[in-house]
Ligand binder design. Structure first.
Ligand code: CO
Length: 161
Protein backbone atom coordinates (compact mmCIF):
# COMPACT_ATOMS: atom_id res chain seq x y z
CA UNK A 1 0.00 0.00 0.00
CA UNK A 2 1.27 3.44 -0.82
CA UNK A 3 -0.45 6.71 -0.51
CA UNK A 4 0.66 9.19 -3.14
CA UNK A 5 0.68 12.93 -2.88
CA UNK A 6 -2.31 14.58 -4.51
CA UNK A 7 -1.50 17.28 -7.03
CA UNK A 8 -3.26 20.49 -6.09
CA UNK A 9 -4.57 23.11 -8.45
CA UNK A 10 -2.98 25.02 -10.09
CA UNK A 11 -0.68 22.52 -11.84
CA UNK A 12 -0.03 21.96 -15.50
CA UNK A 13 -0.64 18.20 -15.27
CA UNK A 14 -4.23 18.82 -14.17
CA UNK A 15 -5.04 20.64 -17.40
CA UNK A 16 -3.38 18.31 -19.88
CA UNK A 17 -5.07 15.78 -22.09
CA UNK A 18 -3.81 12.42 -20.83
CA UNK A 19 -2.32 9.72 -23.03
CA UNK A 20 -3.96 6.33 -23.42
CA UNK A 21 -2.66 3.43 -21.34
CA UNK A 22 -0.85 1.02 -23.64
CA UNK A 23 0.53 -1.59 -21.26
CA UNK A 24 -1.75 -3.45 -18.89
CA UNK A 25 1.08 -4.64 -16.71
CA UNK A 26 2.12 -4.85 -13.05
CA UNK A 27 3.11 -1.20 -13.09
CA UNK A 28 -0.44 -0.22 -14.05
CA UNK A 29 -1.85 -2.48 -11.32
CA UNK A 30 0.41 -0.80 -8.75
CA UNK A 31 -0.69 2.65 -9.93
CA UNK A 32 -4.37 1.65 -9.57
CA UNK A 33 -3.77 0.16 -6.12
CA UNK A 34 -1.98 3.33 -5.03
CA UNK A 35 -4.78 5.46 -6.47
CA UNK A 36 -7.26 3.47 -4.40
CA UNK A 37 -5.23 3.89 -1.20
CA UNK A 38 -4.81 7.59 -1.90
CA UNK A 39 -8.51 8.09 -2.59
CA UNK A 40 -9.54 6.29 0.61
CA UNK A 41 -6.93 8.11 2.72
CA UNK A 42 -8.36 11.41 1.51
CA UNK A 43 -12.03 10.43 1.86
CA UNK A 44 -12.65 10.80 -1.87
CA UNK A 45 -15.15 8.98 -4.09
CA UNK A 46 -12.94 9.13 -7.17
CA UNK A 47 -9.42 9.88 -8.34
CA UNK A 48 -7.79 10.31 -11.73
CA UNK A 49 -4.15 9.54 -12.61
CA UNK A 50 -3.22 13.19 -13.30
CA UNK A 51 -4.19 13.94 -9.69
CA UNK A 52 -1.19 11.86 -8.60
CA UNK A 53 0.99 13.43 -11.27
CA UNK A 54 0.62 10.82 -14.01
CA UNK A 55 -0.35 11.65 -17.58
CA UNK A 56 -2.40 8.50 -18.14
CA UNK A 57 -6.00 7.78 -19.03
CA UNK A 58 -6.77 5.89 -15.83
CA UNK A 59 -9.27 6.78 -13.13
CA UNK A 60 -11.17 5.13 -10.33
CA UNK A 61 -14.55 5.74 -8.77
CA UNK A 62 -15.97 4.26 -5.57
CA UNK A 63 -19.09 5.81 -4.14
CA UNK A 64 -19.51 2.96 -1.65
CA UNK A 65 -22.39 1.34 -3.53
CA UNK A 66 -22.95 -2.11 -5.04
CA UNK A 67 -20.62 -1.34 -7.96
CA UNK A 68 -17.62 -1.34 -5.60
CA UNK A 69 -14.46 0.18 -7.04
CA UNK A 70 -14.78 0.96 -10.73
CA UNK A 71 -11.45 1.08 -12.54
CA UNK A 72 -11.63 2.96 -15.81
CA UNK A 73 -8.73 2.63 -18.22
CA UNK A 74 -9.01 4.53 -21.50
CA UNK A 75 -12.70 5.20 -20.80
CA UNK A 76 -15.07 6.67 -23.34
CA UNK A 77 -18.55 8.02 -22.78
CA UNK A 78 -20.70 6.47 -25.49
CA UNK A 79 -24.15 7.66 -24.42
CA UNK A 80 -25.63 10.28 -22.15
CA UNK A 81 -29.19 11.20 -21.25
CA UNK A 82 -31.08 13.53 -18.98
CA UNK A 83 -29.73 16.20 -16.71
CA UNK A 84 -28.85 16.57 -13.03
CA UNK A 85 -27.54 19.46 -11.00
CA UNK A 86 -25.73 18.75 -7.76
CA UNK A 87 -22.79 19.57 -5.52
CA UNK A 88 -19.25 18.51 -6.39
CA UNK A 89 -15.84 18.78 -4.85
CA UNK A 90 -12.42 17.66 -6.03
CA UNK A 91 -9.41 16.34 -4.12
CA UNK A 92 -7.23 18.78 -6.09
CA UNK A 93 -9.28 21.74 -4.79
CA UNK A 94 -9.47 21.51 -1.01
CA UNK A 95 -12.42 23.31 0.53
CA UNK A 96 -13.97 24.32 -2.78
CA UNK A 97 -17.42 23.02 -3.64
CA UNK A 98 -19.89 23.99 -6.29
CA UNK A 99 -22.99 22.92 -8.14
CA UNK A 100 -22.43 21.35 -11.53
CA UNK A 101 -24.98 20.34 -14.17
CA UNK A 102 -24.24 17.08 -15.98
CA UNK A 103 -26.14 14.35 -17.80
CA UNK A 104 -28.06 12.15 -15.36
CA UNK A 105 -27.21 8.95 -17.21
CA UNK A 106 -24.02 7.75 -18.87
CA UNK A 107 -22.93 4.65 -20.66
CA UNK A 108 -19.19 4.17 -20.80
CA UNK A 109 -16.83 1.76 -22.47
CA UNK A 110 -13.50 1.19 -20.80
CA UNK A 111 -10.86 -1.41 -19.97
CA UNK A 112 -10.09 -3.00 -16.64
CA UNK A 113 -6.56 -3.42 -15.25
CA UNK A 114 -6.13 -6.66 -17.19
CA UNK A 115 -7.01 -5.02 -20.50
CA UNK A 116 -10.48 -6.54 -20.75
CA UNK A 117 -13.05 -4.20 -22.23
CA UNK A 118 -16.35 -3.63 -20.46
CA UNK A 119 -19.28 -1.31 -20.64
CA UNK A 120 -21.14 0.15 -17.72
CA UNK A 121 -24.30 2.19 -17.31
CA UNK A 122 -24.76 4.56 -14.42
CA UNK A 123 -27.14 7.24 -13.28
CA UNK A 124 -27.41 9.86 -10.59
CA UNK A 125 -24.44 10.39 -8.32
CA UNK A 126 -22.43 7.51 -9.77
CA UNK A 127 -22.85 8.98 -13.26
CA UNK A 128 -21.73 12.34 -11.89
CA UNK A 129 -18.58 10.88 -10.31
CA UNK A 130 -17.70 8.94 -13.47
CA UNK A 131 -18.05 12.06 -15.61
CA UNK A 132 -16.00 14.13 -13.16
CA UNK A 133 -13.14 11.60 -13.38
CA UNK A 134 -13.28 11.22 -17.16
CA UNK A 135 -13.17 15.02 -17.41
CA UNK A 136 -9.88 14.91 -15.47
CA UNK A 137 -8.37 12.73 -18.21
CA UNK A 138 -9.11 15.49 -20.70
CA UNK A 139 -7.70 18.20 -18.44
CA UNK A 140 -11.18 19.51 -17.67
CA UNK A 141 -11.65 20.65 -14.09
CA UNK A 142 -15.01 20.86 -12.35
CA UNK A 143 -14.44 24.54 -11.65
CA UNK A 144 -14.92 25.22 -15.37
CA UNK A 145 -18.46 23.81 -15.01
CA UNK A 146 -19.55 25.23 -11.66
CA UNK A 147 -22.72 27.27 -11.88
CA UNK A 148 -22.70 28.31 -8.22
CA UNK A 149 -20.12 27.86 -5.46
CA UNK A 150 -21.40 26.49 -2.17
CA UNK A 151 -21.06 28.18 1.19
CA UNK A 152 -19.79 26.37 4.26
CA UNK A 153 -23.27 25.75 5.70
CA UNK A 154 -24.32 23.96 2.48
CA UNK A 155 -21.55 21.36 2.55
CA UNK A 156 -23.11 18.59 4.63
CA UNK A 157 -22.68 15.27 2.84
CA UNK A 158 -20.89 16.68 -0.20
CA UNK A 159 -18.32 14.24 -1.61
CA UNK A 160 -14.95 15.04 -3.15
CA UNK A 161 -13.68 13.56 -6.38
CO1 CO B 1 -11.56 15.87 -9.21
Amino acid sequence: MSIRKIVMHPAEILEQICRPVEKFDKKLAKILDDMYDTMIENDGVGLAAPQIGLNLRAAIVDIDDEFGTIEMINPRIVKTAGEQTGPEGCLSFPDLFGEVTRPDFVKIEAFDRKGRSYSLEAEGFLARAIQHEIDHLDGILFTTKVIRYLKEDELKGVETE
